[in-house]
Design a protein around this ligand. Structure first.
Ligand SMILES: [Zn+2]
Length: 281
């Protein structure tokens, strides 16, 4: 049964990494989106690290995830990972998946751990997970739309399939009194919203400050993200996965404006930001 979301509404808070590792938290190992920001490492591109209900999870480990983990303060031991999740195959989300699977399993000496990924990451001409590493894992879960999966005591659900160039799903983590959602890469479309209505803390990949010039842009713009927040009204939102136009616009200023327009507390993520979910401790 999924936990109630009504209690302990105001107890989560943000901490810097100096405060040490809390019980339930997630950390932005990188906040880069788009090719230039990633290629020049104007922002790091390591994805998200989560510790939730004792489960240690790497979500979308882009280029540098391993280094960002080991250089984190305090360091995050990749050998302690239990789960790696790919929302989709794009290189800024999957580049370090193989090295993390190798680290998680001690190079195959320990058969352990779970990989969650869409079928496209596992099969076909652009599969991104090396085959020899798959035997090292306890299990591989193929992500499908609107499905639940257990990671020990933790329930994870996928959202609807996003509209993106690759097969892509958002992820939701169900904690006692709180649902944490990641609206990863997607074009805006009305069918996106129902999947996210139960989310309390929403992390949004908002790549572009400017309006999309054409239908081929498969990422959220600031104005689309603003409309989404007006509709969903989560308790708090974090912006991440920034492209050049976002960096030029200054994500903190964008977030302030979005807060004023939506009434939702919107914060701009930065590399190394740790978000503590104190209601669970
Ligand atoms: Zn993508």
């Amino acid at each position: 049964m999924l936990p109630s979301m009504s209690s302990q509404k105001n107890q989560e808070k943000t901490k810097t990494e100096k405060a040490g590792s809390p019980v339930n938290y997630f950390k932005f190992l990188g906040t880069a989106g788009a090719r230039f920001v990633m290629a020049r490492q104007l922002r790091a591109s390591g994805g998200i690290y989560l510790e939730l209900m004792g489960q240690k999870i790497a979500l979308d480990p882009g280029p540098g995830a391993l280094v960002r983990m080991t250089h984190s303060r305090p360091p995050i031991d990749p050998a302690g990972l239990e789960t790696v999740i790919l929302s989709h195959k794009h290189i800024d989300h999957s580049n370090d998946v193989n090295i993390l699977l190798d680290a998680m399993t001690a190079g195959g000496l320990k058969k352990r751990g779970v990989l969650l990924a869409p079928e496209e990451c596992l099969d076909g001409p652009e599969a991104v997970v090396l085959r020899y590493l798959r035997d090292y894992l306890d299990r591989i879960e193929v992500l499908k739309p609107e499905r639940a999966c257990r990671l020990g005591p933790l329930t994870v659900r996928t959202t609807c399939r996003h509209e993106h160039e690759a097969e892509t799903y958002g992820l939701k983590f169900y904690l006692p009194g709180l649902v944490l959602g990641f609206m990863v890469d997607t074009k805006y479309f009305p069918g996106l919203l129902p999947s996210y209505r139960d989310v309390d803390i929403l992390v949004m990949n908002v790549l572009r400050a400017r309006e999309a010039e054409g239908d081929y842009i498969k990422h959220l713009t600031v104005s689309e993200a603003t409309e989404i927040l007006k509709e969903l009204k989560p308790r708090r939102a974090y912006l991440t996965h920034f492209g050049m136009t976002m960096l030029q616009a200054d994500p903190r200023k964008v977030a302030e404006k979005m807060t004023a327009e939506t009434g939702v507390e919107v914060l701009a993520a930065y590399d190394g930001l740790t978000v503590t979910l104190d209601s669970l401790s």
